[in-house]
Every structure is written in C-alpha cells, then in structure tokens.
Design a protein around this ligand. Structure first.
Ligand SMILES: CC(C)(COP(=O)(O)OP(=O)(O)OC[C@H]1O[C@@H](n2cnc3c(N)ncnc32)[C@H](O)[C@@H]1OP(=O)(O)O)[C@@H](O)C(=O)NCCC(=O)NCCS
Length: 147
C-alpha cells in the first residue's frame, strides 16, 4: 500500500492541475492526435476547471495527482484520474479506483469511464474488471459491474 491521501481541491490548485494535465497527457495526445496544442488545451482546461469537482492526491505533503468522480444514484463515473509521471506505475491508481469500487459496490452501482483509444490505461481497467461497452471516434467507453 502506498501512503497517499486525498483532499478537496481549492482555487490555489489550478496551476498544479494544468501542469499535471500536461505532464500526464502530452505523450498520449501526441500519439493519438499528432501534436499537443497548448492554446487549445489551455482553453479546454479553463472551460472545465472547477475546484469543487476535483480531489487532489497527496503523498508526504506533496501534490502528486488528481481525481474527479461524479457520483449519482445511477453510477459512479471516473471523470479524471491523473498522476504525475514519477508516481505512475506504483499501484496508486489501482488503489484510488478500488476506493471507488468499494463505494459503488455498497450501493450496487456500476463504475463507468471513458479512455482515449491510444491510452494503455485500458489494460489496467480491464485487469480491474472493466469491459468495453461502446466506442466513439476517440474513446472506448468502459464499465465495471458489481460482482
Ligand atoms: C492511468 C493512471 C491513473 C494509473 O495509475 P498508476 O498508479 O500509474 O497505475 P498502477 O500502478 O495501479 O497500475 C499500472 C498500470 O497502469 C497503467 N499505466 C501506467 N502508466 C501509465 C501511463 N503513463 N498512462 C496510461 N496508463 C498507465 C498501465 O496499464 C500499467 O500496467 P502495466 O505496467 O502492466 O502496463 C496513471 O498511470 C496516469 O495518471 N496516467 C496518465 C493519465 C491517464 O492516462 N489517465 C487515465 C485517463 S482515462
């Protein structure tokens, strides 16, 4: 078990979130779309940024990632899950998702997310019990049902 905690994001986390977004997605976006257009990405980020919707993941007092989860009476939706590259591949993403599974399983709800077609995170989601139930030109739609 890694020693991480989460807390509600605040307005002060905005630049961290943008830098995290860039660090976590530049390679993937280049692979799938050919280039990282920083002006486009910044304006997309500005439109969706809302501290209420994000939790910050911390380890040893440092911000290492972020999570955005929408919980309704119908589903638990992982809207965003991002870790700084230095903290990827250590099991933290699995642990964050398992926390959401516990919440969803108690309520008998499916967990859903969408993942860019070129993102190798799809293999992680499949290992954790997600199945592809649909696709768009850019994404696979995945869900995990309570066992
Ligand atoms: C996806 C992510 C949250 C997973 O968390 P993690 O702590 O790195 O994952 P774990 O250590 O629990 O599990 C390892 C698996 O995660 C996936 N993974 C690891 N690094 C990744 C990366 N840079 N991008 C995408 N998936 C990654 C792989 O499937 C890996 O398994 P593998 O080593 O057998 O290939 C994290 O890697 C990340 O922030 N990636 C970049 C942003 C992203 O793609 N977010 C998901 C959007 S749907």
């Amino acid at each position: 078990m890694e020693n991480w905690t989460t807390r509600q994001a605040t307005a002060d986390d905005k630049e961290f979130l943008y830098a995290l977004n860039r660090a976590a997605y530049t390679d993937l976006v280049r692979r799938q779309f050919g280039a990282w257009d920083d002006a486009w990405q910044r304006s997309y980020f500005e439109k969706k940024w809302d501290p209420q919707k994000y939790e910050i993941v911390e380890q040893a007092g440092q911000r290492i990632g972020a999570l955005s989860v929408s919980r309704t009476t119908a589903e638990v939706r992982i809207v965003e899950i991002q870790l700084l590259p230095a903290f990827q591949g250590r099991g933290i993403g699995t642990e964050l998702l398992q926390r959401e599974f516990r919440h969803a399983d108690v309520l008998g709800l499916p967990v859903r997310l969408q993942v860019l077609r070129e993102n190798r995170a799809r293999a992680l989601y499949e290992r954790l019990g997600f199945r592809v139930y649909g696709e768009t030109g850019t994404h696979f739609l995945m869900e995990r049902h309570n066992k």
